[in-house]
Structure formats: structure tokens, C-alpha cells
Design a protein around this ligand. Structure first.
Ligand code: GFB
Length: 317
């Protein structure tokens, strides 16, 4: 077991949904967390990252920083998705090595697996087939991150580990309809449709693709668990264990919000990968399980949205 007590833990990306959840989780235990905003430290700048790491000498690094977005953002900003992510990951891994970081956790993504991998997707499926074209740029950067951790383990004996989270939702999510993932988009659309008494709300694609959703607080719990209990090359899957069709999750969101109108499917929008359910037997065998069922998670999610609506940026139509 790796002891986190008394260690300085740098959480890269602490303003995002994932990073902020990891910080909440660590601080709840009274652990020492180090953060830097984007204005203070551009993670794409190797010299800046290196100087920061040499100065601060964190013992532990969690790479939750990433250029992220939903299917439309991934599909339309390929250069930023590949470049920003490659730079962030490479800079942090190399600087962590130079600064003798004791433990590093890199967060990959379930979209790194082949588009048509057998379901539920086992960790061994990585690099066995073609990627989903709408997010291959992001996926390739995430695969590079996994490979960097493995390479620094092999060549320099570094305790750098990685994990593969499924689709996530929770506080500090991105609710911009052009760049968000499906759940924040559906939540916002259902809420706005309810408030404006609209007859219908639009759901992208056919509604047939299936996705698995994990509350970000469960993910943060898994990250801390892995920091303490895992040391190996294999990037471990983190998921809920069940998936749901987009049409069904849209109905669930509408019910949570109290929108009683119709769903209108816009088939001109991409479906993306048909199914993406992770096999979590490896992390389960290590002793970790998620706690927040989707229905309960959605209630809290909507509560957070209502409380924070005034500070959530308006959608770009
Ligand atoms: O969450 P999402 O954008 O990304 O979309 P992916 C999931 C599914 O929901 C797709 C449908 O089939 C979308 O067509 N969908 C329905 C919507 N309505 C909406 C909507 O209003 N907005 C959005 N965004 N989708 C992403 C990857 O894939 O998953 C990233 O592109 C990353 O790289 C992330 O891996 C976790 O699940 O398809």
C-alpha cells in the first residue's frame, strides 16, 4: 500500500469536473493538495512545467488535466484534441520523472479502445482494432499517455500508473451544448424545455447507441484507491458496470428534471461508437466498487445544476 499521508499531491486540471472531484476527495481526508490554474501554469509548456515541478517537488501527481469534450467537439477540433493532450501528458510525465515523483496516476479514456471491441471491453482490447473516427485524435493522445506511463515504468522503474474511466458526469461538468458530453446536454435541454414549456427536446443521433455513465465522485474515489493499492503496467478500467441506450437515458433525465414533453431524435448528428461498456472485473478484484447509481446521481446532478445555473455559461446556439 502506498501511503498518501504527509505527501504533497499535485492535481493537474483541478478546475475541471474530474480534477475538482479528485481534489474534493483528497481534501476530505485532510491530505495536502497542490494546484495551479491555467493562467499560472500552461501545462503545454515544457519549460514552465519543468520549472514548476523542480520548485514544488510534489511527491504524487494526478493527471486529470485534458482538453475534453463531447462527440461534436472531438469531431470538429481534431488539432487541439491531439496537440494539447499530447503536450500536457508528455510534459507532466517527463517532468515527474526528472523530479523523482514517487507516484503518478494518468487518467485515460474508454474511447481509447477499438470502436468495435467485444463488450464489455476488457483492458486487453487496447490496440487490437480501429478507433472510433469521431474521437481518434483524443484517443491517440490518451493511448500515448498510457504508453508513456508504461515506458517510464520499464526504463526508469517509475511507479507511474494509468486508468481508463468510462463516460462521466457530475459537479463542474461542461453544459455548453456545442462542446459538452451527452448527459450535461440532455440535462440542460430538458430543463430549458420545461421552463419554456416546449413540446419537445432534441436528442442527437438515433438514440440507439449505448453508453455507461459513472458519477465523478465514484471516479475520484477509484483514483485515490488506485494511488494507494495499485502498481502495475495495465491501465485499469473504471466504470459502473451497466450501460443504457441514449433514448432511455434521455427519458430518465427528462423524468429527473420534470419535463413531460416528447423526445425528437436528430439523426443528422453522429451516433459515435455503438456501445462502450467497460469490463471492470480487474478493479473490482482489487477491492473497489462504485456507490452512486445513475438515478440517484442524476438527482444530485440536477440539484447542482439548479444551484449553479447563474454561473453556468449560456449555451451557444
Ligand atoms: O457524450 P457524447 O458526446 O460522446 O455522446 P461519446 C454520446 C452519445 O449521445 C452519442 C448522443 O451517440 C450522441 O449522438 N447524444 C444525444 C448527444 N444527444 C446529445 C447531445 O445533445 N449532446 C451530445 N454531446 N451527445 C465521447 C468522446 O464520445 O466520450 C470523447 O468523443 C470522450 O473522446 C467521451 O471519450 C467520454 O460517448 O460518443
Amino acid at each position: 500500500m502506498f501511503n498518501l499521508t504527509g505527501k504533497s499531491i499535485f492535481v493537474a486540471g483541478h478546475r475541471g469536473m474530474v480534477g475538482s472531484a479528485v481534489v474534493r476527495r483528497l481534501e476530505a481526508e485532510g491530505l495536502t493538495v497542490l494546484t495551479r490554474s491555467r493562467a499560472e501554469l500552461d501545462l503545454r509548456d515544457q519549460a514552465g512545467v519543468d520549472a514548476f515541478m523542480r520548485r514544488e517537488q510534489p511527491h504524487v501527481v494526478v493527471i486529470a488535466a485534458a482538453k475534453v469534450g463531447g462527440i461534436h467537439a472531438n469531431n470538429t477540433q481534431p488539432a487541439e484534441f491531439i496537440y494539447d493532450n499530447l503536450m500536457i501528458i508528455s510534459n507532466l510525465v517527463e517532468s515527474s520523472h526528472r523530479s523523482n515523483v514517487e507516484k503518478l496516476l494518468f487518467l485515460g479514456s474508454s474511447c481509447s479502445y477499438p470502436r468495435l471491441a467485444p463488450q464489455p471491453v476488457n483492458e486487453d482490447a487496447l490496440l487490437t482494432g480501429e478507433l472510433e473516427p469521431t474521437n481518434e485524435w483524443y484517443a491517440i493522445a490518451k493511448i500515448a499517455g498510457i504508453k508513456l506511463c508504461q515506458a517510464y515504468r520499464r526504463q526508469f522503474g517509475r511507479d507511474f500508473i494509468s486508468c481508463q474511466p468510462t463516460n462521466l458526469y457530475g459537479p463542474n461538468d461542461n453544459f455548453d451544448l456545442n462542446t459538452s458530453h451527452v448527459l450535461p446536454a440532455l440535462l440542460r435541454k430538458a430543463h430549458e424545455a420545461k421552463v419554456s414549456r416546449a413540446r419537445e427536446m432534441v436528442v442527437w443521433g438515433t438514440g440507439e447507441p449505448r453508453r455507461e455513465f459513472l458519477h465523478v465522485d465514484d471516479l475520484a474515489d477509484a483514483c485515490v484507491y488506485l494511488l494507494r493499492h495499485y502498481s502495475g503496467e495495465m491501465p485499469l478500467n473504471i466504470g459502473w458496470g451497466e450501460d443504457i441506450a441514449i433514448a432511455d437515458v434521455a427519458r430518465m433525465v427528462a423524468e429527473t428534471v420534470g419535463f413531460r414533453g416528447e423526445l425528437a431524435f436528430d439523426a443528422s448528428k453522429p451516433n459515435g461508437t455503438p456501445r462502450k461498456l467497460l469490463d471492470t472485473s480487474r478493479i473490482n478484484a482489487l477491492g473497489w466498487r462504485p456507490q452512486i447509481p445513475l438515478k440517484e446521481g442524476l438527482k444530485h446532478y440536477y440539484g447542482w445544476f439548479l444551484e449553479n445555473e447563474p454561473i453556468i455559461p449560456a449555451p451557444l446556439h
